[in-house]
Design a protein around this ligand. Structure first.
Ligand code: DGT
Length: 227
């Protein structure tokens, strides 16, 4: 049986849509990639809920995070975990949905940003352990499995320039060094042997037109054969 067929079968046996997480550094083009698949009637797409993160009962958690990473990473990762869990496990919006594509994943939070925060001391060990416990409990008790990861791979200098040019106010002071750390964290995560699903890597340093051409080329794989 081909890889795509066996994955599709696994999602069917699990009675849930084929799950795809679009991963990549800040400014790698994840939102555009997600929008590209919104045209398919059997695909449900979810961008990151940044507006929610900007207004948690009146608090801008994203702004607080970048104002002081050491002070706010713990609260931010908790909230991110909740946001991602809701998106990843919510039932499809209608019975025709066979594929769900979302921006980043619960696994991302655990293996990318939380690891990065631990390494660079934005999290203290007790805080890190609490987040680990949440993740372990979630993984054991809920089906958060992914069927495919699409990794929009970039170089930190390229995405830093994009981030500066787009001018999101919370990110205006984020140094290149932070994007280098996030990049390294992604690379470490994806070099692990125990990913649990295939990682499709796309060179996203290129212009968006070339990235979309690749998405078109790999549509059969990204939609798990559901199109
Ligand atoms: P895109 O479409 O690839 O250009 O993506 P962006 O840049 O619009 O959005 P994205 O997903 O990189 O994230 C929005 C902001 O939230 C960005 O400043 C990074 C931050 N962020 C997202 N998830 C996490 C997380 O788990 N931990 C931390 N510390 N920051 C995160």
């Amino acid at each position: 049986m081909s890889n795509v067929k066996s994955i599709r079968l696994a999602a069917r046996v699990a009675k849930r849509p084929f799950r795809v997480s679009i991963e990549g550094n800040i400014g790698s083009g994840k939102s555009t990639c997600i929008q590209h698949f919104a045209k398919y009637k059997n695909v449900e797409t979810h961008s990151e809920p940044i507006q929610e993160w900007r207004n948690v009962s009146g608090h801008n958690l994203l702004g607080l995070l970048y104002s002081d990473l050491k002070e706010w990473t713990f609260a931010f990762q908790h909230y991110v975990h909740l946001s991602r869990l809701k998106i990843q496990t919510s039932p499809p919006s209608n019975p025709n949905i066979t594929v769900k594509i979302f921006e980043r994943s619960v696994q991302n939070s655990r293996h990318c940003f939380v690891e990065n925060a631990k390494k660079h001391k934005f999290l203290r060990d007790p805080q890190y352990q609490v987040l680990q416990n949440w993740f372990d409990y979630t993984e054991k008790n809920l089906d958060i499995s992914l069927d495919l990861i699409v990794y929009l791979r970039t170089t930190p200098e390229v995405v830093w320039e994009r981030m500066m040019n787009r001018g999101r106010k919370e990110e205006s002071e984020v140094p290149l060094e932070y994007l280098q750390q996030v990049h390294e964290s992604y690379e470490n995560w994806f070099s692990s042997r125990n990913m649990g699903c295939e990682v499709l890597t796309i060179n996203a340093d290129r212009d968006i037109k070339s990235v979309i051409e690749d998405l078109e080329r790999y549509t059969y794989k990204i939609l798990g054969g559901n199109h």
